[in-house]
Design a protein. Structure first.
Length: 355
């Protein structure tokens, strides 16, 4: 059977995401490309007619991850590699995955901070709008050992061991009209995550926030169910949201922060040697992740511009109006999280400013 058209469809939809994941695991561009191509061919062999986008992406990610694991074994890396089995979840199942880690049914995961805050309330501290004026300021705090240690204790109480924080830059806004000040958002329906503080921030800015499953977002934009959405630039590109939006506004209102957590009971039961391997592996993986993001961001931004979507960069004065309008959300979060965690965040931000 000729699967050439189906292969072209899969490549167009998923190649960027799979290659990014494979390159992060393997570190070698050719090996990553080989892994992705093998994964596509295996998928066509096993699932030639399946077109359920949610399960399609999950199957492909799992296939690519296990193909990479096979390559790592062939390199004769540390025996701890043998501990790993990879089970990517379909979009929209973040809560279930974190709960499975809590229960030691899954060993490790990285999901958005907004998802993990449903299990560790102190994690909401990182949802303060406009808390970080620059990428450097955000990464200073995410790598600050004092801050990570303080909030890590909150994770411990939920049977989650916080390995550390990553980010994929900032969340930004995409719309079909230009936005330069909060008044431009009046009455606009914006898809948000189901997070009370995210939603309240957009209400304070005059918009109508609407929680919606991520895997339904492209269609919602296409059909006009929502006017706008907010995500990091990389997702706006990889999920092709820019095809349905005329403008991307670099609001940088929240970091796209991704805590990596492990079942605490599992981690605590590991030999110290393996704990060190995991800790070191996290540091190596984080470094490669940031290298990839740096290499990729300019490419993504240019691709969006080339599509005809206009990218609007707000001035510091314009951003200050958005920050002022959402200051009440920061006050809400301060009351909701522990004083120790909130003070650790403030101290870390002050430490960056004092450099």
């Amino acid at each position: 059977m000729d699967h050439s058209n189906r292969l072209e469809e899969l490549v167009a939809k998923h190649e960027h995401t799979l290659y990014r994941a494979a390159l992060a695991l393997l570190g070698d561009p050719q090996e990553a490309e080989d892994a992705v191509q093998d994964t596509f061919l295996r998928y066509l062999e096993k699932r030639p007619d399946l077109r359920d986008g949610e399960h399609e992406r999950a199957w492909l990610l799992k296939g690519a991850a296990n193909r990479c694991k096979s390559t790592l074994r062939q390199r004769k890396r540390h025996p701890a590699v043998e501990l790993l089995d990879v089970y990517p979840a379909p979009e929209g199942e973040g809560r279930e995955v974190v709960e499975a880690v809590q229960n030691n049914e899954i060993t490790i995961t990285d999901t958005a901070n907004a998802v993990q805050a449903n299990f560790v309330a102190d994690a909401f501290v990182l949802d303060v709008p406009f808390a970080f004026p620059t990428l450097e300021a955000m990464r200073y705090t995410l790598a600050d050992p004092t801050f990570v240690d303080v909030i890590g204790k909150s994770y411990d109480t939920a049977n989650l061991h916080l390995l550390g924080y990553a980010d994929t830059y900032f969340r930004v806004l995409s719309t079909n009209k230009p936005v330069y000040e909060p008044a431009d958002l009046k009455g606009m329906t914006i898809r948000t995550m189901e997070n009370e503080y995210h939603m309240e921030a957009w209400r304070e800015l005059g918009a109508n926030p609407t929680p919606l499953a991520f895997n339904e977002l492209y269609t919602a934009l296409q059909q006009g169910t929502v006017d706008a959405q907010e995500n990091p630039l990389e997702l706006i590109y990889s999920q092709k949201f820019f095809e349905q939006q005329d403008y991307v506004i670099l609001t940088n209102h929240l970091g796209q922060i991704i805590p990596c957590v492990m079942s605490k009971s599992y981690y605590d039961a590991l030999p110290e040697e393996y704990q060190k391997v995991i800790d070191q592996g996290w540091e190596v993986g984080l470094k490669r992740c940031y290298e990839f993001l740096e290499e990729n961001e300019a490419v993504v931004e240019q691709a969006i511009r080339d599509s005809g979507t206009e990218i609007i960069e707000l001035t510091p004065e314009q951003l200050a109006k958005f920050q002022e309008a959402t200051a009440g959300v920061g006050d809400m979060i301060q009351k909701a999280v522990s004083a120790e965690v909130y003070e650790a965040l403030q101290a870390s931000c002050a430490g960056f400013d004092a450099q």
